[in-house]
Design a protein around this ligand. Structure first.
Ligand code: AMP
Length: 279
């Protein structure tokens, strides 16, 4: 695996591969890699000739400085994991490489996506996500971009940014990879101790409970009971909600349209998110 830290060198390596006719797949990450990330790498390997991964902990998407400071970093282990998957190139830039001194940020018009759920609870987060993925896609000219459904709203935001900025890449959304307990794999899980990890899988149980109990008509009772279940186990939920696939929040369900349940909740200091398509 090539490890490239510079923008110009990375762009030139990838453009050379592209010009020689290879199909490029790309998996952007913030590191502390786990099997969720590696599943995206494997998918890219299966569908492309050349797979690129990036590791960059993007300060602009952290609305909370403490969260950024506590974000797990394990670059050496990450490199070993990527080598084992036969990833072709790792782009590992430092901050100045991505945000040079003269850097001017772009504003992305994200409409309702920025005002609801993660957008509401993490102001500025999606501007930061768009900014970094926009820059990364201008360096890594990939045919296929692999994202995880775990970050459902992020997938929609990135799709919108790609359309607005005219990047020529196809996004692929990969189902959430879970621990045996059902807990969605996440770099943030490293901040949970073993009993918290077990408890954290309750979020998955509640999502399954919502799926099982979803009925046409008003959704207020099901949302309220689901939230109470989390509160009872000691979580502090930011939201428990049901939306259509475009993330319009539903107060009622017509019994037909596809819906998604989404949860964000704190377990002690750690904020966890998860979602499930319901029907
Ligand atoms: P992150 O390093 O958390 O920014 O994640 C990088 C990419 O991996 C994003 O597209 C995430 O949605 C995806 N990802 C993270 N966790 C999982 C998971 N458990 N299953 C599938 N994809 C994931």
């Amino acid at each position: 695996m090539i490890i490239s830290k510079r923008v110009a060198a990375t762009r030139s390596i990838i453009d050379n591969q592209r010009d020689s006719g290879l199909k490029i797949g790309y998996v952007p990450t913030m590191g502390a890699l786990h099997d969720g990330h590696l599943t995206l790498i494997r998918k890219s390997k299966a569908e492309n000739d050349y797979t690129v991964c990036s590791i960059f902990v993007n300060p602009k998407q952290f609305n909370n400085l403490q969260d950024l400071k506590k974000y797990p970093v394990s670059v050496e282990k990450d490199i070993e994991l990527l080598e084992a998957e036969k990833c072709d190139l790792l782009f590992l830039p430092n901050q100045e490489e991505i945000y040079p001194n003269n850097f001017k940020s772009t504003y992305y018009e994200l409409g309702h996506l920025e005002k609801i759920l993660e957008g509401h609870y993490r102001p500025g987060h999606f501007q930061g996500v768009c900014q970094v993925v926009d820059i990364l896609l201008s360096i890594i000219h990939c045919h296929n971009l692999y994202l995880g459904q775990k970050d459902y709203q992020q997938c929609m935001v990135i799709d919108k940014m790609i359309e607005m900025r005219g990047h020529h890449t196809q996004t692929h959304i990969i189902p959430t990879v879970r621990e045996k307990s059902g807990l969605a794999m996440s770099s943030r899980n490293e901040r949970l101790n073993s009993s918290e990890k077990l408890l954290a899988s309750e979020i998955y149980s509640v999502l399954k409970w919502i799926r099982y109990n979803l009925k046409a008509g008003s959704l207020s009772d099901i949302k309220k009971t689901a939230e109470e279940k989390l509160l009872l186990k000691g979580f502090k939920p930011d939201y428990v909600t049901i939306t259509d696939t475009k993330l319009n929040i539903l107060e009622e369900w017509n019994g037909n349209d596809q819906t998604v349940a989404l949860i964000a909740a704190y377990l002690n200091e750690v904020r966890l998110i998860d979602n499930m398509t319901l029907n």
